[in-house]
Ligand binder design. Structure first.
Ligand code: 16G
Length: 246
């Protein structure tokens, strides 16, 4: 396997593809070390800078991770984001992780114009703002910012959320069963504050989610969330093509 210097494909991209193939061929599994940058440089006849660029890319993609002073290792496969109205707690438990939440902020404030419009509320209606850092086995995975109308959940601010699922409180304490929802997912760059919370390098890629959840036609939650792009990916089944392609 060699790098083709005449190819229009940049050398660091060629090395990325070689390395990914090699990891499979060599039968490496999660947490196994990959060769050092120096070794890869001499193996492929590439400069240390090019090798570093490739490793940086694979780390940002969530395929490898670095441990300072120890080396670079094969990362766990990404979590497939469910395209369903599941709660973080349910989803993590179903995958065998222990879900967690750290309260970052909680307050009641009047809904701004945009929030009110998106939630179908009169502007200025009181809404709960709930900001949480979500963790799986203690590892930060996402920052979630939820807006919930006080009118449907009076007193929600008195329930601790650290050890409890928000959706189960809605169900058990307020009798609210979310029955429909919609979600927009965009690629984004982590802002410095969220990067710190999520343990990411500045400028790391993230998935920005905007979810509206409804019960009986009423919007109960507007959630603006930042998920680590190195730990999450989207997967969806595709509808079959219709004859004629329309
Ligand atoms: C999911 C939802 C979030 C909701 C949370 C409740 C997204 C992408 N996800 O993470 O809106 O607040 O579940 O989880 O928006 P909980 O019941 O574990 O607190």
């Amino acid at each position: 396997m060699a790098i083709d210097p005449t190819s229009p494909v940049p050398k660091y991209t060629q090395l990325r593809d070689h390395l990914l193939d090699w990891i499979v061929e060599a039968g490496l599994s999660v947490d196994d070390p990959v060769p050092s940058e120096r070794e890869l440089g001499s193996r492929y006849g590439l400069s240390r800078m090019t090798v570093r660029q490739t490793i940086d890319l694979l780390v940002a993609e969530g395929k490898l991770y670095r441990v300072p002073g120890k080396g670079t290792f094969v990362a766990r496969p990404k979590i497939e984001m469910p395209l369903a109205l599941t709660s973080f707690t349910e989803d993590m438990r179903a995958r065998g992780y222990e879900p967690g939440a750290r309260d970052l902020a909680r307050r009641i404030a009047p809904a701004g114009k945009n929030t009110a419009r998106m939630m179908g509320l009169p502007p200025g209606s009181p809404v709960h703002h709930i900001e949480r850092l979500r963790t799986a086995d203690g590892e930060p995975m996402a920052v979630e910012r939820s807006y919930i109308p006080v009118s449907v959940t009076p007193g929600l601010d008195t329930y601790p959320l650290s050890g409890r699922s928000l959706y189960s409180i809605l169900e058990e304490e307020f009798g609210i069963l979310l029955d429909s929802g919609e979600q927009t997912i965009e690629a984004g760059i982590c802002d410095p504050a969220d990067a710190k919370l999520l343990g990411l390098a500045h400028g790391s890629p993230v998935l920005s989610m905007q979810r509206r959840s409804f019960a009986n036609g009423k919007c109960v939650e507007l959630a603006l969330s930042t998920y680590r792009a190195d730990r999450y990916q989207l997967h969806s089944r595709l509808d079959p093509r219709r004859p004629g392609g329309t």
